[in-house]
Write a protein that binds this ligand. Sequence first.
Ligand code: ADP
Ligand code: MG
Length: 494
Amino acid sequence: MNAPVKPSQLIKGATGDWEVVVGLEIHAQVSSNAKLFSGAATQFGGAPNTQVSLVDAAMPGMLPVINEECVRQAIRTGLGLNAKINLRSVFDRKNYFYPDLPQGYQISQYQSPVVGEGEVVVDLPDGGSVTVGIERLHLEQDPAKMLHDKLPSQSLIDLNRCGIALMEIVSKPDIRDAEQAMAYVAKLRSIMRFLGTCDGDMEKGSLRADVNVSVRRPGEPFGTRCEIKNINSIRFIGQAIEYEARRQIGILEDGGKIDQETRLFDADKGETRSMRSKEEAHDYRYFPDPDLLPLEFSQAYVDELKAALPELPDAKKARFIGDFGLSADDAGVLVSERESAEFYEAVLAGLTDKARDGKLAANWVINELFGRLNKDGLSISASPVSAAQLAAIVDLIGEGTISGKIAKELFEIVWVEGGDPRVLVEQRGLKQVTDLSAIEKVVDEIVANNPDKVAQVAAKPAMLGWFVGQVMKSSGGKANPQAVNDLLKRKLGL
Ligand code: ADP
Ligand code: MG
């Protein structure tokens, strides 16, 4: 059970507080080379209408043949969502007319989906979490793509997308604000990327969401929902929910009622607009597709797929916390994207002493590396500093060869010039001075040159920091800070 909504999640209306209720239907394109019922290629960006089989074009007499790989990916996704896998499911025809659908129906799953109820734990920016129930996951065909802005008075159609496998993942109405909805989509995307079942590339349309929004007084039954169709950015999903909730509250507070309808989100204006009302809603006349047998597989097959699943974000996070003492926040940041988790694991693999420096390595990945990548607008795959190079830098700190401060200089050198961090430390004389007599010389100098400060320090021990700073400065940051501290305390009689 989730905690009750917090006051900060409620929206203040003119007549009191309102609670937002959201359920999402996510359409995720399955990562597979061929389409759901044909052998045509699925690659993005091909010249229009070059990846179309006779099945996709709905030529008379063509028969669909199920692509086993798409089924495998759907089952693996279901397992990643801790969901019930149905050993028998049925493909139905969802009948409607639209130019992007040459068959005149979409092959989908209605009463009997391949995946049933499941659950996803979603971490929130404030450190809390919310569990979102999964209602179902079913397989269906993607329609074709219409191009309305290429010619002044005609629309064009590209059948390349037609028949690509989609997983529709339907959540329960367990989401209570825009932030939770955005975090939920990010988590689903991350799970599918870890699994390799959907690339999650929203700009290319491989992940789109229909967003159902209603509002109610806290504790009251659910209100009437509106469904905002086909949003392809996490930020827009958040904006659409904020706008739509306030629109509905405005209507209710004016004494009106909400009509169940389908709306679209206009990203330029930041508002939702009506597309069609419930009265105009389609009657799809679903019936089992006579060209396809029910989809059946064995529990042994499911068990086999389950045993071969990669480690998923939640398990990885727990392991990072347990093995290396990372904070939940840091571990969460590292596992939020597959690339960052893999990079961190590659750094770990390069460390001489993982147990000693695993946490330090996490700090360096999160603070120095991510910070630097951000500054240059680079993705992690384009990082000029490799995992092996970063591991070497962390090794050098961990073993006491260089200080953290020098390490930052070294990182910048490696970032700009490349090279082996160990060799660079030798060549440029960056080694930390741990030779006590050398440090003592500097300490004595500073103490001798500042008799006034020495006189004050007994009464104001916090001034020790000033002395440490001076010694570090005159050693070019290379003195071992612990040795400096110890020596100063002794010399100053603290
Ligand atoms: P439909 O096909 O009519 O869109 P579905 O069952 O496919 O219906 O999807 C319903 C979606 O709407 C689910 O994600 C569900 O969680 C969500 N939902 C249902 N009732 C409400 C409500 N009152 N407020 C917000 N979302 C809701
Ligand atoms: Mg729907």
